[in-house]
Design a binder for this molecule. Sequence first.
Ligand code: SF4
Ligand code: SF4
Length: 470
Amino acid sequence: MSDIDDGLHTPVDATRGIGTPPVDALRAAGTGGPPAGGPAFDSDHPPRADLVSDCVHCGFCLTTCPTYVLWGEEMDSPRGRIHLIGQGLSGEPLSDSMVTHFDRCLGCMACVTACPSGVRYDRLIEDTRAQVERRHPRTARERALRTAIFALFPYPQRLRLLRGPLRAYQMSGLQKLVARSGLLQRLAPTLATLESLAPRLRGVPRPPARVRARGTRRAVVGMLTGCVQSAFFPDVNAATVRVLAAEGCEVLIPPGQGCCGALSVHNGRRAEAQRFARKLIDTFERCGMDWFVVNAAGCGSTLKEYDELLADDPVYAERAAAFTAKVRDLSELLAELGPVARRHPLPLTVAYHDACHLGHAQGVRAQPRALLRGIPGVELRAIADPEICCGSAGVWNVLNPAPAAELGDRKAKAVLATGADLLVTANPGCLMQVAAAVRRRGASIALAHTAHVLDASIRNLGPDALLDRD
Ligand code: SF4
Ligand code: SF4
């Protein structure tokens, strides 16, 4: 793990850094630290030089980049990282310093949204990370942490085993005692981060493999249950199924569907991600589905890129492209179908938070807002600096707890400043990250997924069904 708590946590002047990059700083970053030997990248999917040269160094992306906002360092901006990738392509070795700056990227893709030149930073960092994971020797501590993370998080059955002990820990009062003592934070900051992120667990039965549409059937929809989503937010999946059925969708939820590979692909573990992707395609392509629906933003962005992930696979390339064409975020599908289920009033003020992998990576911003506005009584409130990540970013907050907490605190402050009754977002990571930050401030706000709000409206549960959530 990179030691990134380096005293640079000074908010940057929003106007600083626009224009010519400080070339000396970039050169130093590229050559600092001991070289790993040989050129940075090998011939197995190196980052593409033509994508690097698309960057015109204008700096428009800088102030939307959370690491640049935190530290004001050129090397921790999109432009700086693209420059480092270019150095690697010119034959520079993959130095520790270079890897540190790549590791610090959250993969939030705010820079992709901001870039007027259409630079595919998403492709560049993904290819770079795969090279780093294969070619850069990590310390024993880094290896151990990453091994533990990837032996646990992409496996919903293993995550579900944690539910019992975690629930007992939360209900016994031990959690509050440990939080007050601050002991865990001092002894094991990574464990303390995981502990602080854990949501209040709710007991919800698993959805059946097939749920019939209510009324006339309008579509057959395969549904991803997810890893963290199914283990820690089964109520989101249950609400999603009810909303889809109420809107005339038959929902197919094959058991044992496994991970979609998002966490792996976002962390440079391409071969592992490809294995997960092949299994998911095998599981769903025989279902006869019209659409494949996802209610977790991070998963959705990866599923929409299965065609790229498996492009070189002679057996799966075409099947992956056909699968990708069917993938929709829940809000996209509902917006495309149009509502048929009656919306009952929910007199609530709602702050809607764009999950980065929904807003920046998939460009899905209007649909969830339109769905929420379609509920009588719902008033949307805007959150300041919506483009800046909350610091969750997959497992980035576990690998980088201090800066992730700082980003979480900023987001929590902006959310609370809206004065809204309810925070709504569409990603389990964001829900956990913002909830933890709100708790750290000694405040509280009800939290919900978009599916919860639609479900409460369709079932006429009233606002209290949402307001007792935290
Ligand atoms: S993906 Fe996010 S953290 Fe990474 S360079 Fe782009 S804006 Fe910065
Ligand atoms: S990535 Fe885009 S916005 Fe950022 S410096 Fe390059 S061209 Fe400008």
